[in-house]
Design a protein. Structure first.
Length: 579
């Protein structure tokens, strides 16, 4: 695009000079050297190594599963086949096919002759409804926003029509389950806090684990074997560190002092881990991730608009959420999570994925729509006045820019500096209260008491949940910070709840997430998918930085967000390795 504006030309010339200077600087050259020799360096090779270590094949656990599963799987398959035959000519099947006829190639062949002309059996009324529904304006909008015109080469290489039918049925069932799962996760994050129930997490984990497993077992049919299970569920997908982390958390129920409350919190935690594992195992196509990110984008926009509605209706100034001495009259926006810090955690961890789909959008109109959604979410995020959220999100964006466009680092820094005068004064004042208000000082006092508590409980922990923390912490607490329910630091809480074993296992799990994500980023040849992986690494960075000043897992749905992010990073790394 050309312009006659002298100011714009001057700015463009300055940015070009700045980019040229950065490309020839020692920093950029150092980055290129590290990138070039990463595979030859022993230290970096240890960090980004993709060597396969099969701890699962031939293990005792796999043998036990195989011993009890061989006959049961064939029994389940027979049940599926029985109900499939019953449903073949049932009334509900006929009604469904009347309004929504299959759109696959083999279905069109069954309704048309060799020359493409309709058969006598083709129903004109059904075709009319099908055409009307598929061509109406809402359907076009949804198809434009959520779908990409991608052909499936695997379906085209199948030999005969019967194989095409089986393949199309399996693909449609998989896609339906994945879309239902995506919608559920996004919907669970948009439910207003008064309507939320933690039992939804447990029931959904059991339901989706059963339905995904049944669909997979039914699809492989007689090809079921130990190798199939080992391929689907392996420690390359499910980190050994995660298994040890869950084990130590479960052990703390017995060794801790929380009793039934620790069991309750562990069940919620384990349900979130199950969701993470489901995403890791069953999400394996690039379209799955793009569609999930777009659905999450809609959820983010809906949550942000709901927050603005609350703000317009009037949000009560709550003393427990803001220091009225340093920030008098500050009303902090919150939405479905019921707390501004919780909503800020949710938005900050999911925003990198929204930015990724905006950057990789192939249509300028779609990119514009996504950019508007990003601005809406950023406005709501800014009005939470979460200082830890601001810092964590900027750290995530910095990682994203450094991974995807390192040449834009000086430009991004310049834009950030130039944008300072345009940032609302309330946000600047809120940032300058960091470390000065009672909220910050309260955290320091809590950490002091938790430090004394860990001198006695660092090995086994005190047990998961607020009940154990309140019971034990008060004996070590500072007199001005006795009412704390957690330590306001995710890593301190993991250490105090479940001991040093869980802490080290979780650190190892985070290290492996980074290791696999960075390795996949450098080895992946698809630019679009590299950006998706960079968004996942950025989201994990947001969690780590946010976790320094907040216990991110105190609210179950925010815990679910992290484990969904972790599952996405693992699934994308696995997909990049097998691509």
């Amino acid at each position: 695009m050309q312009t006659d504006s002298v100011i714009i030309k001057k700015i463009a010339a300055f940015l070009a000079w700045l980019n040229f200077y950065f490309e020839h600087s020692l920093i950029f050259r150092g980055f290129l050297v590290v990138k070039k020799f990463a595979g030859e360096s022993k230290i970096l090779r240890a960090f980004i190594s993709t060597r396969n270590r099969d701890y699962w094949q031939g293990s005792i656990i796999l043998r036990i599963i195989m011993f009890g599963a061989r006959k049961k799987i064939f029994f389940i398959a027979k049940i599926f086949n029985f109900f499939s035959r019953l449903n073949e000519n049932s009334l509900n099947k006929k009604i469904f096919l009347f309004f929504f006829p299959p759109q696959s190639e083999f279905s069109r062949r069954s309704l048309s002759g060799q020359d493409g002309s309709p058969k006598l059996g083709a129903h004109p009324v059904r075709n009319f409804f099908s055409h009307t529904i598929s061509t109406c304006f809402p359907a076009k909008i949804l198809r434009w926003f959520f779908c990409e015109n991608v052909t499936n080469p695997t379906a085209q290489t199948l030999a005969n029509e019967n194989e095409q039918k089986i393949f199309a049925h399996a693909i449609s069932a998989q896609k339906f389950l994945k879309i239902a799962y995506m919608v559920f996760i996004s919907g669970a994050l948009t439910i207003p806090a008064p309507l939320w129930n933690n039992k939804i997490l447990l029931l959904s984990a059991v339901f989706f684990a059963a339905i995904f497993s049944a669909e997979w077992f039914f699809r492989i049919g007689k090809n079921f074997s130990a190798e199939k299970i080992s391929e689907k569920i392996s420690f390359e997908k499910i980190s050994p560190a995660l298994v040890f982390f869950v084990f130590f958390c479960a052990l703390s129920i017995v060794t801790g002092y929380g009793g039934g409350d620790s069991l309750r919190v562990f069940i919620i935690f384990f349900a979130c881990v199950v969701h993470s594992v489901l995403i890791t195992i069953f999400f394996d196509e690039k379209d799955d991730f793009r569609l999930f990110f777009l659905i999450l984008a809609c959820a983010l926009a809906a949550v942000s608009v709901f927050g603005f509605y609350q703000f317009a209706a009037g949000i009560e100034i709550r003393e427990e959420l803001v220091d009225l001495g340093t920030s008098p009259g500050l009303s902090r926006l919150y939405s479905t999570m019921g707390n501004p810090n919780n909503d800020a955690m949710f938005w900050a961890m999911v925003l990198p994925f929204l930015i990724a789909v905006c950057v990789t959008a192939k249509c300028d109109k779609k990119r514009l729509v996504l950019a508007i959604l990003i601005l809406i979410v950023l406005a709501a995020f800014a009005m939470t006045y979460s200082r830890a959220g601001y810092v964590a999100f900027m750290a995530g964006v910095a990682i994203f820019v450094l991974m995807t466009a390192p040449r834009l680092v000086p430009v991004a820094m310049l834009v950030l500096i130039l944008a300072v005068p345009f940032i609302p004064a309330g946000i600047i004042e809120r940032l300058f209260t960091l470390g000065q208000d009672t909220s910050s000082k309260y955290r320091f006092l809590i950490w002091e008491g938790v430090g004394r508590m860990l001198e006695d409980f660092w090995v086994s922990g005190i047990g998961m949940g607020p009940a154990a923390f309140i019971r034990i912490y008060r004996g070590y607490a500072h007199p001005l910070a006795e009412r704390a329910m957690h330590s306001h630091n995710t890593f301190l809480d993991i250490l105090s709840h479940s001991g040093i074993g869980a802490f080290l296992a979780f650190i190892a799990y985070l290290f492996r997430l980074y290791r696999r994500g960075i390795s996949a980023f450098f080895s992946c040849a698809e630019k679009e998918f590299k950006i998706f992986i960079a968004a996942g690494i950025s989201a994990v960075t947001v969690f780590i930085v946010f976790g320094v000043g907040e216990y991110v897992w105190f609210y179950p749905r925010v815990m679910l967000v992290f484990w969904v992010v972790a599952g996405l990073v693992s699934a994308m790394a696995e997909r990049a390795k097998n691509a």
